[in-house]
Design a protein. Structure first.
Length: 323
């Protein structure tokens, strides 16, 4: 039971029992309720900061899971981008060259995909930067694959009319590579084995035992046979038509004659060590319209993608040539 309160009445000079009005009771109740609400809200903020709710814990786990998935997605995108770059290189340096098609400009291959407004809906989140960058990479990759698909459609049309051309253009390795036969030096600037100066090496050197079989890399006609103790030593030059020729040097023996027609994969001679050579090997060149080009781009008929990658790495080594 509450205490009885009294109020001094100056007129009667006595204490009179004090009774609160309804408004005073309401104000008092409102004050107490306000204090309770303020303390409750403060406690809620404090608890929320240091003690996450079950719902917040669930959301946090979902965010971490999304981040992990985005990391995995970006890792997959890295691998896909490498594959697409390899396909673009093959398309530009092999297939379109083979069919004498105009190269696709880099501005088209690497064009963007939509403007910045396309990604505005992805802004405003804690991980917006990651989401936007991943989306941009996915869109760019999609555009590259679309351009690549259109390029292959064009090449298919060209191929349907060039069966004879496909059989003639160099498309295999001139020797069968294995643990006894391998690429020793590639196309590009290399140290000359005798003069010890850096010179441009215009072909590929396949090191192997004397007597290892050598094969024509495309259909054609033998237009040159030379037997020499200097330079390329014993060599064969085959004209394949369509602006292509191949040269095979330092042979120990040839088994074709000038003017003879040969088929791709037909044996034409044997590895040797003739001419200006420091070890038994085959020096092989591809000539397109009188220009020496990298032969490694023409090994697409008899190699798997993994084997082709290994050949590329071997051919890129900046080592010493054998001739």
């Amino acid at each position: 039971m509450g205490k009885t309160k009294y109020k001094f009445d100056p007129e009667s000079l006595s204490f009179m029992r004090y009774k609160r009005s309804t408004i005073e009771w309401l104000l008092r109740a409102f004050g107490i309720l306000s204090v309770i609400i303020v303390f409750s809200f403060g406690f809620y903020l404090l608890a929320s900061k240091y003690f996450p709710t079950p719902q917040e814990k669930i959301l946090q786990r979902e965010l971490e899971n999304y981040k992990l998935n985005y990391d995995l997605l970006n890792h997959k995108l890295n691998n896909l981008e490498k594959v697409v770059i390899d396909l673009e290189n093959r398309d530009e340096n092999i297939y379109r060259s083979i069919f004498e098609a105009e190269p696709i400009p880099g501005s088209i291959r690497n064009a963007g995909y939509g403007g910045m407004e396309k990604y505005l809906s992805l802004e405003g989140y804690s991980n917006s930067k990651t989401i936007i960058e991943t989306t941009k990479r996915t869109d760019k990759l999609s555009k590259k694959l679309y351009v690549l698909s259109k390029s292959y459609d064009e090449l298919i049309k060209l191929a349907s009319n060039k069966e004879a051309m496909l059989a003639s253009i160099p498309a295999i390795q001139p020797v069968k590579t294995n643990n006894k036969v391998r690429i020793a030096s590639g196309f590009g600037w290399r140290v000359h084995p005798i003069y010890k100066v850096v010179k441009f090496h215009e072909g590929l050197d396949f090191i192997g035992r004397v007597g290892t079989p050598i094969f024509a890399t495309g259909d054609g006609t033998v237009i040159e046979l030379e037997y020499s103790r200097t330079g390329y030593g014993n060599k064969i030059v085959i004209s394949h038509g369509y602006g292509y020729k191949t040269l095979y040097a330092h042979l120990s023996k040839t088994i074709v004659r000038r003017g003879q027609k040969v088929k791709r994969g037909e044996q034409i001679g044997f590895i040797g060590n003739t001419g200006l050579s420091t070890a038994p090997h085959l020096h092989y060149e591809v000539i397109l319209n009188k220009n020496k080009v990298n032969p490694v781009f023409f090994f697409h008929n008899d190699l798997s993608p993994d084997e082709y990658e290994k050949v590329l790495k071997l051919a890129e080594q900046a080592n010493q040539a054998l001739d």
